[in-house]
Design a protein around this ligand. Structure first.
Ligand SMILES: Cc1ncc(COP(=O)(O)O)c(C=O)c1O
Length: 427
């Protein structure tokens, strides 16, 4: 029997009391027609069976799966949801644009408006170009750097993710994949290792050095950027004539209303944005300085849906609302409540954890958990108790997370800590 979505109460989310009929049936059907059933880190196959795979609706910071189970979403769809699902102003802007047209023979007025608002908000940006996914934006930045410098090599941090394309992802072709011979790796926050990678690549051949606002590699504790590292990478790029490219896809507009290192006084030449800039509508942007304008003009890049007007109108409304609604401060407050609550629970349960990264993009790991068994048990139990978390990937806060949402998530994590204790054999 399937429980209707409206009849699901807080107490009925436990895995034993709610039917999983629809989720089970959809997984079976998907397994036949979608290779692997699902892919990437969204795949519930790689997570505890308590996770839902298919969702029916979303509102604010809550999500309901196809069986009517209600969850506090602490993943924000892996980042895009920043103001809350169904945010009124964003949805109104999207609906108004949709009534006029979405995919049209060319872009609408919203594209110019969006480029204007982005170049106004982000200090280093003199221009903007648009795509659909973060991978488009990082690749556009790389192309702009290559076209402007006439060089090929790229230097990026080990374990960093800049999208699924082969220049930064050795698994793009599955087992047949290999590291790209034009990509050289350094260790985040270690300036000597950046110099080492540049030497290995040949300084005269380096088109770009990629950085992220902080170290947010999946499966690793996060690391805030060291100020001297940020300044040092900037100086090194200037010294060798390479572009400093900031990948803002994951963290953009959650830390700062401009580019994430602006508060440190360090500006990149190019930056890549996607995820949160339109509160869930599909759009990505590469931003750059005038030095790279001529280069990027030579790049041939396009996509069938790159000029859709609805996501552009949604992005304009999102970027306005982020500031008007003081979204970053609200995410920080919600993230702090979560971090303090988890710290208290960890102590009460006698479980040693590390909470790393900015509070609005938090990561939780467990001591002695190289195989992620504790993290899996923790997140699996949290899902059974109504909170969506991830065992290997950082989580995301939105400005829609209220105190009640965080407290609800903390009820789930309290149960989850008990599961970790029994996984460790300590209760
Ligand atoms: C830092 C970073 N860069 C690039 C990407 C690629 O974005 P997309 O998956 O939208 O192509 C991601 C996606 O998670 C990311 O986290």
């Amino acid at each position: 029997m399937t429980v209707s979505r409206d009849s699901v109460s807080r107490d009925s989310v436990s895995r034993d009391s709610v039917s999983r009929d629809r989720d089970t049936s959809l997984r079976e059907r998907a397994g036949k027609v979608i290779p692997g059933g699902m892919y990437g880190h969204l795949s519930a196959r790689r997570l505890s069976p308590n996770y839902p795979q298919f969702y029916a609706r979303v509102q604010g910071a809550r999500a309901w799966d196809v069986d009517g189970r209600e969850f506090v979403d602490m993943m924000c769809s892996f980042g895009p949801m920043i103001l809350g699902y169904q945010h009124e102003k964003v949805e109104q802007a999207a609906a108004a644009q949709r009534a006029q047209g979405d995919t049209q023979p060319g872009p609408g007025e919203a594209m110019v408006e969006l480029a204007e608002i982005l170049t106004g908000r982000v200090d280093h940006a003199d221009w903007a170009m648009f795509g659909k996914n973060g991978s488009d934006a990082t690749r556009l930045c790389l192309s702009a750097a290559r076209a402007a410098t006439g060089r090929r090599h790229v230097v990026a941090s080990e374990h960093s993710y800049h999208g699924w394309l082969g220049w930064s992802n050795r698994f793009a072709d599955g087992q047949a994949g290999r590291p790209d011979p034009e990509t050289f790796r350094y260790t985040y926050n270690d300036l000597d290792s950046v110099r080492g990678a540049v030497e290995q690549a040949d300084p005269a051949k380096v088109a770009a050095i990629f950085v992220s606002p902080f170290r947010h590699d999946a499966g690793h504790d996060q690391e805030l950027v060291d100020h001297e590292f940020a300044k040092g990478v900037r100086a090194l790029c200037d010294e060798i004539g390479a572009a400093l490219v900031m990948d803002e896809v994951r963290a953009g507009f959650r830390l700062h209303h401009g580019s994430s290192w602006e508060p440190l006084g360090v500006k990149p030449d190019l930056s890549a944005w996607s995820k949160a800039i339109a509160n869930g509508y599909p759009i990505a942007a590469a931003l750059g300085t005038d030095r790279f304008r001529e280069g990027v003009e030579q790049v041939f890049a396009t996509g069938s849906f790159w000029y859709q007007a609805v996501p552009m109108a949604a992005a304009v409304a999102t970027i306005r609302a982020l500031k008007d609604e003081n979204a970053i401060a609200r995410m920080e407050a919600a993230g702090t409540r979560l971090r303090e609550g988890i710290a208290r629970q960890a102590e009460q349960h006698g479980v040693e954890v590390s909470q790393t990264g900015p509070v609005q993009i938090p990561n939780l790991s467990f001591a002695g958990d190289a195989d992620f068994k504790k993290a899996m048990a923790f997140c699996g139990e949290a899902a059974a108790h109504g909170a969506i978390l991830h065992p290997r990937h950082n989580w995301f806060l939105s400005s829609a997370h209220t105190d009640a949402d965080i407290d609800r998530a903390l009820e789930a994590t309290d149960a989850a800590f008990r599961a970790v204790r029994s996984e460790s054999g300590s209760s």
